[in-house]
Design a protein around this ligand. Structure first.
Ligand SMILES: Nc1nc2c(c(=O)[nH]1)N[C@H]1C(S)=C(S)[C@@H](COP(=O)(O)O)O[C@H]1N2
Ligand SMILES: [Mo]
Length: 336
């Protein structure tokens, strides 16, 4: 498939997407019966046209500075994406399907107070007061690669703690095989939940899940901040998941519930288009998305602030050494 990459311009996406591809996507969206878009094609993005043009993103509002450790193991040699880029080019369909929608429409989300309910197959169900909990944590800065299934990528300095700690504290029962996550459902605050058109036709609340061993893996992070501060709303405030060896859609934002389950839980994108988005969603340059190649990615913000550079995609997003053993013996074409 032909993918054209633009450095920067005010062209809208349909002007730079080859017509063949554009029409094919429309057919697929119609076939799925969606009001708006499935995760979009990795053609030249239109968002920077918006951000640089008349629809300038509002400044990121007050965020609290956090203190944290910087473990050596998570300070790689490569540089993070510019903060301005990572906080204005987002996927958060609860606020709209355009990359520039979250920064424009998420600022009113009330993130304080915030609780996460932990239930299901646990001996000690709990309700976490997120802001109080955050203060008791020893936060780590982890600079992770971030690879969206749409074939773009960034590098983000997250602040968080291993997910494993939260799970252990609830004492999982022997039946707990999976971990299910849920985003806030509040159509009054989230315009995409109030309108099928704005919200891309996905069924809310957004839900995600991991196998227990994936959730317990030391790389799986409960994130409360980035770039040294609390999370901006558009990036999933006040608390989200980051699983760096998986496609970005596994990194569910603004979490209100974590349930341990015996069966594999439903996941939003997998439910919407199971042939396109699997439960595992491990980054894999050898297994293409049915509509585009996953062999390479556009590194957003490289090659000039609002430019992008194409580079090869790495197996498990560069975390192969750490996580390959989780999938030993599995056919990754079948379990994509
Ligand atoms: N609740 C919710 N979580 C979500 C999404 C979403 O639309 N809703 N989008 C996902 C996708 S596709 C990606 S790539 C990442 C984007 O995270 P970022 O905006 O912080 O880069 O969030 C993920 N988490
Ligand atoms: Mo994504």
């Amino acid at each position: 498939m032909l993918i054209r990459v633009r450095k920067t311009s005010a062209l809208s996406e349909h002007q730079v997407t080859p017509e063949r591809v554009y029409l094919q996507r429309r057919r697929i969206i119609q076939g799925l019966g969606l009001g708006a878009a499935a995760l979009s094609l990795p053609a030249g993005a239109s968002v920077f046209g918006n951000l640089l043009g008349k629809e300038k993103a509002p400044p990121v509002p007050n965020q609290m500075t956090l203190s944290y450790d910087r473990p050596e193991a998570y300070q790689p040699a490569f540089n993070p994406t510019a903060e301005q880029v990572a906080t204005s080019y987002n996927n958060f369909y609860e606020f709209g399907t355009d990359k520039s929608d979250p920064v424009r429409h998420a600022q009113g989300l009330k993130v304080r107070p915030w609780t996460i309910k932990i239930d299901g197959e646990v001996e000690k169900p709990q309700t976490i007061d997120v802001w109080a909990w955050m203060e008791q944590q020893r936060l780590e800065e982890r600079i992770y690669r971030h690879r969206c299934v749409e074939a773009w990528s960034m590098v983000i300095p997250w602040l968080g703690v291993p997910l494993a700690g939260i799970i252990k504290a609830a004492n999982p029962t022997s039946k707990a095989k999976y971990v299910a996550f849920e985003t806030l459902y509040d159509p009054e605050q989230m315009r995409g939940q109030a309108s099928r058109y704005v919200g891309g036709g996905i069924q809310y609340p957004y839900v995600e899940g991991l196998r227990m061993d994936e959730a317990m893996h030391p790389l799986s992070l409960m994130v409360v901040g980035m770039y040294g501060k609390t999370l901006p709303n558009q990036n999933g405030a006040p608390v989200r998941l980051v699983v760096p060896w998986k496609y970005g859609f596994k990194g569910i934002k603004s979490i209100v519930r974590i349930s341990l389950t015996e069966r594999q839980p439903p996941c939003t994108w997998n439910q919407l288009a199971p042939y396109e988005y699997g439960f595992y969603a491990n980054v894999n340059p050898g297994v293409d998305h049915p509509r585009w190649s996953q062999a390479s990615e556009r590194a957003i913000g490289e090659g000039g602030l609002f430019g992008s550079e194409r580079k090869p995609t790495l197996m498990f997003n560069g975390y192969e050494e750490e996580v390959a053993a989780l999938y030993a013996g599995m056919d990754l074409r079948k379990f994509y």
